[in-house]
Design a protein around this ligand. Structure first.
Ligand code: AMP
Length: 529
């Protein structure tokens, strides 16, 4: 047949080329330790990435080699991302909050050949250096070391080309059991993910967007914002300090419109704003994910005219799976109905499919009631973990089991009810620990809450609620139970409420349920006597 279309490989460096060419003067702002603010722009990032690509080649790094970064959010880190990918390397972002044993495992498993790190992590690097057997070069982002490395290079460099299915990035899951597993992103999957992410019902990014990613660049590809923001030529604002006063100041000074992060960050920000009357400037969109966003948090932002995009995803999904956005019948819904909707995790964009199945693998209806194992497949979903001898982690129809338990509603919205390991099994029925926790957080005086299943002779398990009180608050168990009664079924009410000083978190800010379950599994409930 005569005729046809061009072959234009979907390679990630084309995103940066576009940003440089069409939005070259759009700024990248970085707040470094000590309050030092630095400014670059997309043209500057592209130029420095070319210089770095040359430097990496000079150091002997080759196509396909893994290039590690152990760093916070800043412009030099962004240059390292694009420089590493541009020279054909596989960028490996390392979670700085992991334990030593996990860091040793990950870096050796990835076979990183070079490591870029922030000065604040120098003690960690010194400690683990002898155990990281494959790293040949260590480059500190600070002290002029990184700047010197690229200063000597020319920026005359053509990105390494290749197949669009080649790998370009490696992220390890922050698994709470067993060894972390690596997810190897490809050029094509990452580029398609970015095209989806910018769209209105997803992150709604445009050239006017000023994005402050609070999510660390090492958490699930920094939620892919370094790619999607470049794609539209938005302005990026990075900070090495995300304490609420610094965040508020940055938002106002830089005109931040979009931000994204886990719920714990927003809890802190909300308390600061309440306490000081600080304002959030031009902020109009907050994306909340990583854990379920509590209703009170969603209401807090929407009451101030700020859109909340409640997002669900995972490292295995590059990471976006679903995002909440206004539905077709939005204008017909009242405020409570809208909040009900936003408390769920949203809908899939084109490119992702979802289904739920029961324990036997039988497909469940999308009826807003049936809860089961959530499975997914699509254009940016894992097929096999990196260097994993277990082989593919998908079934013969490509479905990947997320390990989450969920309900799908008739209009397609996803409602995550639990991690399958966290669900509380009482009398053969399931109690959602997430629902209990979020209902509890809505009670005045409660700062944070965790619901765990405790062994029970009659019911198998019953819920125990651990609560951290807000500073100075004197809320009682009875008050919390009274509050919960208005939100959950009677048989879901916790048998007991314990006040604790703090709750443990994973390296990505989720409640560390495994530790809590172990600690409280055999707790003696009065109801069990
Ligand atoms: P990670 O790979 O570290 O991002 O973790 C992915 C897991 O975080 C998912 O499988 C969910 O269990 C959980 N998660 C992410 N977003 C949400 C959300 N909006 N609500 C509830 N759980 C979430």
């Amino acid at each position: 047949m005569l005729g046809g279309m061009q072959d234009w490989p979907l390679r990630v460096m084309r995103i940066l080329d576009h940003a440089e060419r069409e939005h070259g003067t759009r700024e990248i702002v970085s707040l470094y330790p000590g309050g030092i603010k630095a400014r670059s722009d997309w043209a500057g990032i592209a130029r420095d990435a070319r210089k770095l690509a040359r430097a990496l080649e000079r150091l002997g790094v080759r196509k396909g080699d893994r290039i590690g970064t152990l760093a916070m959010n800043h412009g030099r880190h962004l240059i390292a991302w694009y420089g590493a990918i541009g020279m054909g390397g596989v960028l490996h972002t390392i979670n700085t909050r992991l334990f030593d044993e996990q860091l040793v495992y990950i870096v050796n498993h990835a076979e990183d050949r070079i490591l870029f790190y922030d000065k604040v992590f120098a003690p960690l690097v010194e400690r683990l250096r002898p155990r990281w057997t494959g790293i040949e070069h260590f480059v500190c982002f600070d002290n002029g070391e990184f700047d010197d490395l690229i200063a000597a290079e020319s920026d005359d460099y053509a990105w390494v080309e290749g197949d669009e299915r080649e790998p370009m990035m490696l992220c390890y899951t922050s698994g709470t059991t067993g060894n972390p597993k690596g997810v190897l992103y490809e050029h094509r999957s990452t580029l398609i993910h970015a095209m989806m992410q910018i769209s209105p019902d997803v992150f709604d990014l445009s050239a006017r967007a000023v994005v402050l990613p609070v999510v660390p660049m090492f958490h699930a590809a920094g939620w892919a914002l370094p790619f999607s923001t470049a794609m539209v030529g938005g302005k990026l604002v990075y900070s090495t300090d995300y304490t609420p006063p610094v965040m508020c100041e940055l938002m106002r000074e830089e005109g931040v419109t979009h931000t994204a992060g886990v719920p714990t960050v927003w809890l802190a920000l909300m308390q600061h704003v309440e306490g000081t009357g600080a304002d959030l400037g031009k902020l109009n969109t907050v994306h909340i994910g990583g854990s379920a966003a509590p209703r009170a948090m969603i209401k807090y932002f929407t009451d101030r005219g700020i859109r909340v995009g409640h997002a669900w995803g995972m490292t295995e999904m590059s990471p976006l799976g679903t995002v909440g956005a206004a539905t077709g019948d939005w204008d017909l819904l009242d405020e409570e109905q809208r909040l009900d909707y936003m408390c769920r995790q949203g809908r899939v964009p084109f490119g992702v499919e979802l289904r739920t199945v029961d324990e036997e693998g039988t497909l469940l209806p999308r009826d807003g009631r049936s809860s089961g194992r959530l499975q997914t497949r699509g254009a940016w979903i894992v097929r096999q973990y990196f260097q994993d001898d277990k082989g593919e982690v998908i079934d013969e129809e490509d479905w990947f089991d997320t390990g989450d338990v969920a309900i799908l509603h008739p209009n397609g919205t996803l409602q995550i009810t639990d991690r399958s390991k966290d669900v509380i099994k009482s009398g053969g029925e399931w109690i959602s620990s997430i629902d209990l926790e979020n209902a509890a957080i809505g009670c005045p005086g409660v700062a944070e809450a965790a619901a765990v299943g405790v062994r029970h002779p009659k019911w198998d398990e019953r819920p125990l609620l651990l609560v951290v009180r807000k500073e100075g608050a004197e809320v009682t168990p009875d008050q919390i139970i009274a509050h919960l009664s208005g939100h959950v079924a009677k048989w879901w009410l916790p048998d007991e409420i314990l006040f604790v000083e703090s709750l443990p978190h994973t390296a990505t800010g989720k409640l560390l349920k495994t530790a809590l379950r172990e600690q409280y599994r055999d707790y003696k409930l009065a109801s069990a006597a």
